[in-house]
Design a protein around this ligand. Structure first.
Ligand SMILES: NC(=O)c1ccc[n+]([C@@H]2O[C@H](COP(=O)([O-])OP(=O)(O)OC[C@H]3O[C@@H](n4cnc5c(N)ncnc54)[C@H](O)[C@@H]3O)[C@@H](O)[C@H]2O)c1
Length: 338
């Protein structure tokens, strides 16, 4: 056996690759489509919770088809990290060779998580929005609030206006300072109170919430109107009955949604099994993402490892080609008995 190595790819290495967001959206759309064909393996994620309101999830997946890949994400969510100047969501991604199982790469998972989550929302919008979508509301001016704005604009080039709300005025101000120069042809409008939030929702075709898990919903059914696409990124921010009030329910993975149901995250239950649509089936034309301009479509994608592995593979291939990252030795020889 010759020396075994793998590539270590830090967050800054990933940023140095300058991966176009369009490539991420395409990769996510492709892997969701592959999932719908039945060629992938996606065990339900497992977790440990060392503190209240926290998690570390283990998320393995195998992508079949022409561009097979496999790996696992080990990702933590610690909301109080914000007060310590640390990322709320962070962790590692491990990629494995499909023939040998050998580790091919270990990389930062923070960028992957931030961007692939927004890409799933963007692909959902591509298939489930009303035709004339020019205004969206985002509640939660954090990492997801930022990445969702960036990627939505790619699938909706005609997007003109983004209303942005948060619990904290300082978070809104920081958001505006960061995002307005990055997206100069979008008008960003801060939401400072409940009245402004309702006006924003009334004017919007898409409503995204990217807040922290809380005990009480922040979005109630009576705040919504038909013809919208609703994108909650957390499990409990929307009133439970909204999931049944919606005309269409779209998710990334039905098994995962059922796990959240069993955990009590959908307080008023879910639509019938045959009405739980997966995004991949919509992409592949097996199901319809929106039947009319009047429908209220709700999406409930909790995040699946297939999109992480798809991005991990893309990052690894680009890093190998460009010589980015650090090649580390895992083992020098097979004999370990001393
Ligand atoms: N579905 C997925 O695949 C997926 C992936 C990653 C993150 N998430 C979820 O997305 C959410 C946002 O993640 P993030 O990384 O952007 O977190 P973040 O901490 O960076 O940002 C959250 C923002 O929401 C604000 N906020 C909290 N509660 C609020 C409330 N009640 N009303 C208004 N604003 C409120 C906070 O002040 C903060 O600015 C989290 O719940 C996270 O678990 C989901």
């Amino acid at each position: 056996m010759s020396k075994v190595t793998f590539r270590y790819i830090s967050q800054e290495d990933i940023l140095a690759l300058n991966i176009p967001y369009e490539d991420v959206i395409n990769a996510v759309e492709k892997v969701m489509s592959e999932f719908s064909k039945g060629t992938c393996q996606l065990p339900v994620k497992i977790h440990v919770n060392s503190r209240p309101q926290t998690y570390i999830n283990a998320m393995p997946a195998y992508i079949g088809g022409e561009n097979e890949a496999q790996g696992m994400k080990w990702i933590a969510g610690y909301p109080n990290n914000r007060n310590k100047g640390l990322p709320v969501t962070w962790g590692l991604m491990v990629m494995n060779d499909c023939e040998t199982g050998g580790v091919t790469a270990v990389m930062d998972a923070r960028w992957i998580t931030a961007i692939r989550t927004a890409a799933v929302a963007a692909v959902t919008a591509k298939y489930c929005k009303v035709k004339d979508t020019n205004t969206i509301t985002i509640i939660g001016a954090g990492e997801q609030g930022r990445s969702n704005a960036r990627l939505m604009k790619i699938v909706i080039p005609e997007l003109k206006r983004i209303y942005i709300g948060d619990l904290y005025d300082a978070a809104i101000d920081a958001y505006l300072k960061k995002m307005q120069p990055l997206m100069p042809d979008v008008e960003f409008i801060p939401i400072r109170n409940d009245e402004e939030r309702q006006k924003a929702i009334d004017n919007s075709q898409i409503l995204i919430t990217a807040t922290q898990r809380s005990d009480k919903p922040i979005i109630y059914t009576e705040m919504l109107h038909k013809g919208m696409l609703g994108i909650p990124l957390e499990s409990t921010a929307w009133e439970g009955k909204t999931y049944n009030w919606a005309d269409r329910f779209v998710c990334d993975d039905v098994n995962l949604v059922k796990q959240y149901l069993a955990d009590g995250k959908y307080t008023d239950g879910l639509p019938k099994d045959e009405d739980l649509l997966i995004l991949g089936d919509i992409i592949n034309g097996k199901k319809c993402g929106r039947a009319s301009e009047d429908e209220f479509v709700i999406t409930s994608s909790h995040g699946i490892a297939l999109s992480d592995v798809a991005l991990g593979q893309m990052i690894l291939e680009k890093a190998e080609k460009q010589g980015v990252g650090t090649v580390l030795t895992l083992m020098e020889e097979a004999d370990i008995i001393r």
